[in-house]
Design a protein around this ligand. Structure first.
Ligand code: PGA
Length: 245
């Protein structure tokens, strides 16, 4: 299991430190792999807190470019230099807020690979796409377009996040999660065998109260958690549910 907390654009540096410290203090022995994705401006402060703990840290986005004239962007080398070991790419909020295309996201996955960072590639359909029966086709085309055909140093984890479930309190049913995750596993086996065994995380309104159901679905290797990762008790509750699953 792999449990990841995406803090999105929340908090002050003091709050980021406190949250990281509470997780370091509260992480139980035998916890699954645990990662946090603080806002970029808090990465250095958070790294100071987690550096001697089993928790690892990543960025919420990266540039596909190596360096140079890209105002406001962060390179994978910068992330790695500050202690990040991974990066989220293709989150639906990046796709919506910044018009990120599958092609741009592929560039970011490749950049993460080149720096030895683990990429958490997010895929997922909108409500309209699900209601019109296109959920699986959309996810397959995202996987095909955003995943390189060969892989080198960094790992790639897939996060299935139905867009309509993110931050809405609506969670996909266990049947829908099982069906989508099984499809993703089969797709990887057929098209990207090098990473066919990777974690497939579910994301979208995961909380301590529904985590056991989510983790009971087929091929769920953990969760990408937004809102419930901002309070240590909630996030640790999800980690506890993963340990029981
Ligand atoms: P949420 O966000 O848990 O707040 O729905 C999940 C995500 O966007 O990764």
């Amino acid at each position: 299991m792999f449990i990841a907390g995406n803090w999105k654009m929340n908090g002050t540096v003091a709050q980021a430190r406190d949250l990281a410290q509470a997780l370091v203090n509260g992480l139980p022995d035998g916890a699954p792999a645990t990662a946090i994705f603080p806002p970029a401006i808090h990465l250095a402060a958070v790294h100071d807190i987690i550096k001697d703990s089993p928790i690892f840290m990543g960025g919420q986005d990266c540039s596909s470019a190596e360096n140079g004239a890209h105002t406001g962007d962060l390179s994978v080398a910068m992330l790695a230099d500050i202690g990040a070991r991974g990066v989220i790419v293709g989150h639906s909020e990046r796709r919506t807020d910044h018009g990120e295309s599958n092609e741009a996201i592929l560039g970011k996955v490749k950049a993460a690979q080149s720096a030895g960072l683990g990429a958490v590639l997010c895929v997922g359909e909108t409500l309209d796409e699900r209601q019109s029966g296109r959920a699986e086709t959309v996810v397959q085309s995202q996987l095909a377009a955003c995943l390189p055909t060969t892989f080198d140093s960094g790992s790639v984890v897939i996060a299935y996040e139905p867009v309509w479930a993110i931050g809405t309190g609506m969670v996909a049913t266990v049947q829908d999660i099982s069906a989508m995750h099984s499809m993703i596993r089969q797709w990887l086996q057929a098209h990207r065998p090098e990473i066919a065994d990777t974690f497939i995380l579910y994301g979208g309104s995961v909380k301590a109260a529904n985590a056991a159901d989510v983790f009971g679905a087929d091929e769920v290797g953990g969760a990408l958690v937004g809102g419930a990762s901002l309070k240590s008790d909630d996030f640790l509750g999800i980690i506890a549910a993963a340990m029981k699953a």
